[in-house]
Design a protein around this ligand. Structure first.
Ligand code: RUG
Length: 826
């Protein structure tokens, strides 16, 4: 990096965009940054030096982006998310700067293989699944669209656990992603923010004789920000992701240390640092843990304070809605609402009504679920103990809101109780989704069906009161990471056909549609798929010692393990095929050979999910070893599914399994990634599947299963899964085979809980959808045999999925919710 003094300001210029220039910078980093000569550099030294060199190319853009945004006084999106599932940074930075070829050549000239260095990077797994990955896609899109955005979150010391299998059972290991160095982060201890907790509130009379309330906290921690670059794709922009790490305000007590009680001397430090120690390994169900509430308040308090501190000293806070929108990614950051109110009313002495008017324009809320258990509630006792002033503020917001409801619906006590932020049963608690809905300028669901069910079933009273507050923004995924970076072979094919513009304007994929009828193009498309399967086979062989056949249909189900997603239904399909083969009913040579690939982590405390992982692995071991199957069915389940593996698995897939019970999956985003990479979907009418099917067309999608209203009907009259077991011989034989202990000879009863759950409860109606699923799978087999027809459908899936770019989602947010603008070059 060169520094020039221009008119008294320091401007940072990027190093030379050439092979020699890069090689020189790399060696400089290796020698002066890592402190080693090339001859003695380890792979990790080389990787760290490479990462630092690449980031130098982004630095000037970063400074320039910040300057432009400051000068433009543009409205900023402050995206508040407890999770960011980023994936590896190196390749993304390389494609953003268009440096890949230069780097490859420069490293080769030094005798270094870029591919080896890539493998050295440990991805920051700071999220559980779709929610965190969505946040990462959104910040990528905003940077690419030159929209001012700062992503705020938590720098967990340990991200999502590393999954291992021991005898087929999930065992969690800590994710030590920081241990070999973190070259992509920029710590800023000088910007640390103090965050208070506990204590009590008091009233006092201020200098003007006004009686006011204030918080007298009992303890505090420091939030230290770490900045990460969010590079836009080849547009000269770099936005910022700011993640907070907790530290003790007083590192350790020297007196106690000198007295020899070392553990006590660092107690405060340990206690404080615990706040950002670990990502809660939960996806759809909240853990009622005090630490989790501490985490939530910690990061939103830091973020709001950080944003306000960045405003000019004389800024009129009544204008806050002109300069920021705090987007609440689910309920995790909702405690930010009373926090902003506290700052405005208690600290800035703005009248309550004015403060509330400001606050209501500064927040918007995205809901990501339909499962009642995933809507966070905090016991009043806990919230009051940790954040007493915030609880008072919530009570007042609630009182005023209920007065409004009373006026709109006189004499409707039941409605008041239903709509109150405070739930009375089973214990007094704060409903965070209600608070977010009341405070938010807008409330959105994440797919068309989800937004409708959110209005009709989850928040019906609120949507009746404020119909205009509710909107939909269908999720999207970034084409940079999930096509351009993950699938270079397909990217080249597309670029050859329609030019490079699709990477930032994904609807242009439509231009490929006519090529679905071009036999030569189809052949090239198939060659890409095969190459991706071979690449995956290589990855699985080295990563896990898994042998993958590349001449079979690759049928993939990757997502968090949850009963509503119905991995069990997939297992029942495999078991029923296996049972039919070994009983002689099905000739294995008569079906197209399939590899069933799974990837799934189960929350460590979710027993049934862990059982299902055990079942998949045990079924896999039995099926894979049985010669009667003649290789027609193979099950592979690489452990520790993460973004890095997704980037290899998705481009290789033929069939995408999206089989949740209708009305349960808010959106899904894996479904979009598969379609964009030319896999056909077998799916229910759920979440974003609905929109995928509408766009790609019924002929290119395998729809099955109950529709959401049918599910509701069945549940209303009382669902009896045993009826399906009794009436469907194929299903019965599959379940009996599991119950017989065939897959677990050492402990024949080990899968008893799954079997009995299916037969007696089956909360997510797997048995009710079983036959329809099998029928759809037979349609898949027939379609797959028609090689040309299948390829045609796969190409149409790609060509018609441009809608699912997260760039489009971001335009929708801008249009419907944020009303912000890109900052263009001047
Ligand atoms: O389960 C949902 C997915 O359907 C959705 O695609 C994703 C992003 O919107 O968010 C997931 N989600 C929901 N993750 N955690 C929750 C719990 O609220």
């Amino acid at each position: 990096m060169t520094e020039n003094r221009v008119n008294g300001t320091v401007s940072v210029t990027a190093p030379q965009h050439s092979v020699e220039g890069f090689a020189k910078e790399f060696l400089r980093e290796l020698n002066f940054g890592q402190g080693v000569p090339l001859s003695r550099a380890s792979v990790n030294d080389q990787y760290l030096a490479l990462a630092r060199t690449v980031r130098e190319y982004l630095m000037a853009r970063w400074m320039e982006t910040l300057r432009r945004q400051r000068d433009a006084h543009a409205k900023t999106v402050a995206y508040l998310s407890a999770e960011y599932l980023l994936g590896r940074q190196l390749d993304n930075a390389l494609i953003a700067t268009d440096l890949t070829e230069i780097v490859e050549e420069a490293l080769t000239s030094l005798g270094i293989d870029l591919a080896t260095l890539r493998e050295q990077e440990v991805e920051p797994g700071l999220g559980n699944g779709g929610l965190g990955r969505l946040a990462a896609c959104f910040v990528d899109s905003l940077a690419t669209m030159s929209v001012p955005c700062i992503g705020y979150g938590i720098r967990y010391e340990y991200g999502i656990f590393r999954q291992t299998f021991v005898d087929g059972w999930q065992v969690e290991q800590p994710d030590t992603w920081l241990s070999l160095g973190a070259p992509w982060e920029f710590p800023h201890p000088e910007d640390a923010v103090t965050v208070h907790f506990g204590g009590s509130t008091e009233t006092y009379t201020d200098d003007d004789g006004v009686t006011r309330s204030r918080w007298v906290p009992a303890w505090d921690v420091l939030g230290v920000p770490y900045n990460y670059m969010v590079p836009g794709y080849q547009n000269g922009r770099v936005n910022t992701l700011r993640l907070w790490s907790a530290r003790a305000t007083k590192a350790f007590d020297l007196q106690i240390f000198n007295s020899g009680d070392y553990a006590e001397a660092v107690r405060a430090q340990t206690f404080a640092e615990n706040i950002s120690k670990v990502l809660y390994p939960e996806d759809s169900t909240p853990q009622g843990k005090e630490l989790r509430l501490q985490q939530q308040y910690f990061f939103v308090a830091c973020s709001i304070r950080d944003f306000l501190d960045g405003l000019p000293a004389d800024f009129d806070l009544h204008r806050l809605p002109d300069v920021v929108m705090f987007q609440l990614n689910d309920t995790h950051p909702v405690i930010g609402v009373p926090e902003l109110m506290r700052i405005l009313v208690d600290e800035k002495k703005i009248a309550w009504d004015e403060a509330w008017a400001i606050t209501q324009k500064c927040f918007a809320y995205t809901c990501h679920t339909l499962l009642p258990e995933a809507l966070e509630v905090w016991p009043v006792e806990l919230l009051g103990r940790l954040l007493p002033r915030h609880l008072e503020i919530i009570y007042r917001i609630n009182d005023e809101f209920l007065a409004q409801v009373r006026q709109a619906y006189p004499n409707d006590e039941l409605r008041l109780r239903r709509m109150s932020i405070i739930a009375e049963h089973p214990e007094r608690s704060v409903r965070m989704a209600f608070l977010a809905t009341i405070a938010g300028a807008k409330v959105n669901g994440v797919a068309a069906l989800h937004s409708q069910l959110l209005r009709d079933n989850v928040l019906p009273d609120f949507s009746e009161l404020w119909p205009d507050k509710f909107t939909n923004v269908t999720n999207g995924v970034t084409p940079r990471r999930f096509v351009r970076l993950a699938n270079p072979a397909l990217s080249d094919l597309i670029t050859d056909a329609i030019g490079p513009g699709w990477v930032t304007d994904l609807e242009r994929l439509r231009e490929m549609e006519p090529l679905a009828d071009d036999a030569e193009f189809r052949e090239r498309f198939r060659a890409v798929k095969l190459a991706n399967k071979q690449r995956l086979a290589g990855v699985l062989a080295t990563r896990d010692g898994i042998e993958l056949r590349t001449d079979a249909m690759l049928d993939v189900m990757v997502k968090r393990l949850h009963e509503y997603k119905r991995q069990t239904l997939k297992v029942l399909h495999i078991v029923s095929l296996y049972e039919r083969i070994i009983s002689g009913e099905l000739d294995p040579a008569s079906i197209p050979p399939r590899v069933f690939a799974f990837g799934a982590k189960a929350a460590p405390g979710y027993k049934m999910a862990k059982q299902i992982i055990g079942l998949i692995n045990h079924v896999g071991a039995t099926v894979n070893a049985d010669p009667r199957v003649q290789g027609a069915l193979t099950v592979v389940f690489p452990p520790n599914y993460n973004v890095t593996l997704a980037e290899k698995l998705i481009p290789a897939a033929d069939l995408s399994e999206q089989i949740s019970l209708a009305g349960k999956e808010a959106s899904g985003t894996g479904n979009m990634k598969f379609a964009l990479n030319g896999a056909l979907t077998i799916g229910t009418d759920d979440g974003a599947n609905v929109e995928i099917r509408e766009l790609v067309g019924d002929d290119n999608f395998f729809l099955f299963g109950l529709l959401e209203p049918q599910v509701a009907e069945i549940q209303a009259v009382g669902y009896d899964p045993s009826k399906y077991y009794e009436e469907n011989a194929t299903l019965r034989r599959a379940i009996d085979l599991i119950a017989s202990g065939t897959f677990s000879p050492d402990d024949k009863r080990v899968f008893e809980p799954i079997v009995s759950n299916l037969l007696t409860e089956d909360r997510f109606l797997a048995l009710a959808d079983f036959q329809a699923y099998l029928d759809a799978q037979e349609r898949v087999d027939v379609a797959y045999r028609d090689v040309e027809g299948w390829t045609r459908s796969a190409i149409l899936n790609v060509a018609r999925s441009g809608f699912f770019s997260s760039d489009r989602s971001m335009w929708d947010y801008i249009d419907r919710i944020w009303h912000s603008q890109p900052v263009v070059a001047r």
